[in-house]
Design a protein around this ligand. Structure first.
Ligand code: ARG
Length: 462
């Protein structure tokens, strides 16, 4: 049988392979709620403009409500022969209300319909992700406030560089996630224009009111060019790009969790709830959740690249290529959502080993910069010379395999005679972090202020 939606001039139905490559109901059924909302807005606008009868519009709206509850109740049978969500819904509508159903598709096409549905879907996704990232920021900030004074090693090149606080390290991710949310918000603002009424590609001769449907669906305004309306997938790409950057941040944090939990390092402990065991090695506590968060960016960045390649070189306006916008995006959105939830879970449960952190913070002559700064501040040496003097003092300590503060004053004076015993006041890691009070620096009091500012901000948003 030929397709009952468009099969007027077809004598036979599609080949099985044709159906196989063409069908999208397996995945685009996720758009059912948006599809029904779009159709209801369209039908009521058509009636308001006198394009269809009020009675027909009422039947259509009631039928669509029935379909919504059928789908939500799991009683709806999706049919592959009807290709996609749009035709599945419309065909069921015809079964429910008869001929009036045929009036719904006046002055629209599946091209503007799918563009509208997917915008609505991505908009909902952006709102969900924003709330989830906000929750992760809250978990990080609360932890940071609790450990604002906990000293840990700060790294560059993954080599011990200078002492920082654990709270400060966690707050770095709160900043990153703040930018991620900003990018998602930007994407949402640009996305929020309604393509419905662009019809197939050229607009329509019916006296529709695109401003009314845009408003009914919560859009700021209708899109301004019908060709662009049906061929634009920037809103998905932008969301996937922002999602990729966010996933990259989570992946970096996950890698740190993997490093920190290694017995070789042992800076933090994850809870049993976010760790797995080994089937053969009973002693193992594996950070699988962190490893998977580290890895799953591949799917998200893959979806972004995949869609970028689909859209590249596509002539205007709609082409079926664009049906390939959905599966990767759906997967990327749910993947990011899971990554955020798993990260928040790990953060809430993680416990730092404060003793080990402090010890490690002092290793590798991490307060050498503090010594150099002291020489500049107290003795008035130019920084380059202070750097040189400090290098020689670190050399002495390192030859003897002892930390800086274990050197005798006389040994330091052998390098720079004006050094006094006051220097020992800056050589401990706690003094070092406490002195880093420059704006954005790691001093515990800075971290506390920053964490409190964020908590206030996050509470205001919630
Ligand atoms: N399932 C299609 C998609 O996702 C809907 C639009 C189809 N339009 C068409 N003219 N065949 O892109």
């Amino acid at each position: 049988m030929s397709n009952k939606m468009w099969g007027g001039r077809f004598e036979t139905g599609p080949d099985a392979i044709m159906e196989e490559i063409n069908v999208s109901i397996g995945f685009d059924q996720r758009l059912y709620a948006q599809d029904i909302a779009g159709s209801k807005a369209h039908a009521s606008m058509l009636a308001a403009k006198g394009i269809i009868d009020k009675a027909d519009a009422e039947k259509i709206a009631a039928g669509l409500d029935t379909i919504l509850s059928e789908i939500e109740g799991g009683q709806f049978t999706f049919q592959r022969a009807l290709e996609d969500i749009h035709m599945n819904v419309e065909s069921r509508l015809a079964q429910l209300i008869g001929a009036s159903a045929g009036r719904l598709h006046t002055a629209r096409s599946r091209n503007d319909q799918v563009a509208t549905d997917f915008r609505l879907y991505v908009r909902d996704t952006l709102d969900t992700l924003d709330a989830q990232i906000r929750d992760l920021q809250k978990a990080l900030t609360e932890k940071a406030l609790h450990y604002s004074g906990t000293v840990m090693p700060g790294f560059t090149h993954l080599q011990t560089a200078q002492p920082v606080t654990f709270g400060h390290h966690l707050m770095a991710y709160v900043e990153m996630l703040g930018r991620d949310r900003g990018r998602l918000r930007d994407a949402r603002a640009r996305l929020n224009e309604c393509p419905l009424g662009a019809a197939a590609l050229a607009g329509t001769s019916f006296p529709i009111d695109r401003f009314a449907t845009a408003t009914a669906l919560g859009f700021d305004r209708p899109t301004a060019n019908s060709l662009d309306s049906v061929s634009d997938r920037d809103f998905v790409l932008e969301t996937l790009a922002a999602a990729s950057i966010c996933a990259m941040h989570l992946s970096r944090f996950a890698e740190e969790i993997v490093i920190w939990t290694s017995p070789l390092v042992g800076l933090i402990k994850l809870s049993d709830r976010f760790t797995t065991g080994s089937s053969i090695m009973p002693q193992k506590r594996n950070p699988d959740a962190a490893e998977l968060v580290r890895a799953k960016i591949g799917r998200i960045a893959g979806a972004f690249n995949g869609l970028l390649m689909v859209m590249k070189g596509l002539a205007l306006a709609y082409a079926k290529d664009m049906q390939e916008d959905k599966e990767g995006a759906f997967d990327a959105f749910s993947t990011l959502s899971l990554m955020i939830a798993a990260t928040a879970g790990m953060v809430r449960d993680m416990v730092p080993n404060e003793k080990k952190m402090k010890e490690a913070a002092g290793q590798g002559y991490s307060t050498a910069t503090d010594l150099a700064d002291w020489l500049v501040r107290v003795l008035g040496l130019p920084f380059r010379e202070a750097h040189h003097v400090t290098g020689r003092i670190v050399g002495l300590a390192s030859d003897r395999e002892i930390p800086l503060h274990k050197l005798k004053l006389e040994e330091m004076q052998g390098v720079e005679p004006r050094i006094t015993k006051e220097v020992f006041g800056v050589l401990s890691v706690s003094k070092s972090v406490a002195s880093r009070v420059s704006y954005g620096g790691t001093a515990p009091k800075n971290v506390r202020a920053q964490a409190k500012r964020w908590l206030k901000q996050l509470a205001k948003e919630g």
